[in-house]
Design a protein around this ligand. Structure first.
Ligand SMILES: [Cu+2]
Length: 155
């Protein structure tokens, strides 16, 4: 019995150590503000993973669904699609989520997002070793006129 307990304790300590070592940092997180009745918007940020990994999921209490999307040209039409396998984060390189490129799509919004509001985001990054790291981010809402964005963000 004693050895089992010790093994459990050791794995708990390892899990705590993994969680404490911040491999991934997020900078300049912001969310595009919404108008009444708008049900989706984008979140943008700069993500740097020291050891490299994959952004596998995003959640936010303000959105029923959140997903990582990319914008791409399909002929002359700008389209976006969900990254099913997640967003690749090359080791030590900053990946920028920005309008017109990668973004976190916040859908089924539960409330309008006004300029200056703070939106909590929870990012899960899976390392090359399969370990998952959870990053809590506070994104600031910026009310920007949607440049060619509003239509594209209708799914
Ligand atoms: Cu999108």
């Amino acid at each position: 019995m004693k050895t089992i307990r010790l093994a459990t304790l050791a794995s708990l300590l390892l899990a705590a150590a993994a969680a404490a070592s911040a491999q991934t940092t997020v900078k300049d997180a912001w969310v595009r503000g919404t108008v009444a009745q708008q049900k989706s918007t984008g979140a943008f940020m700069q993500i740097t993973s020291i050891q490299g990994g994959t952004l596998v999921s995003v959640q936010s209490p303000v959105a029923g669904v959140a997903a990582v999307h990319e914008m791409m040209m399909d002929g002359n039409v700008m389209k976006m699609r969900a990254l099913g396998a997640g967003l690749e984060l090359p080791a030590g390189k900053t990946v920028e989520l920005k309008p017109g490129g990668y973004h976190v799509m916040l859908m089924d919004l539960k409330q309008p997002l006004a300029s200056g509001d703070s939106v909590p985001l929870t990012l899960v990054v899976e390392g090359k070793d399969g370990k998952r790291e959870t990053i809590e981010v506070k994104a600031t809402v910026k009310a920007l006129a949607a440049p060619q964005g509003a239509a594209e963000h209708k799914h």
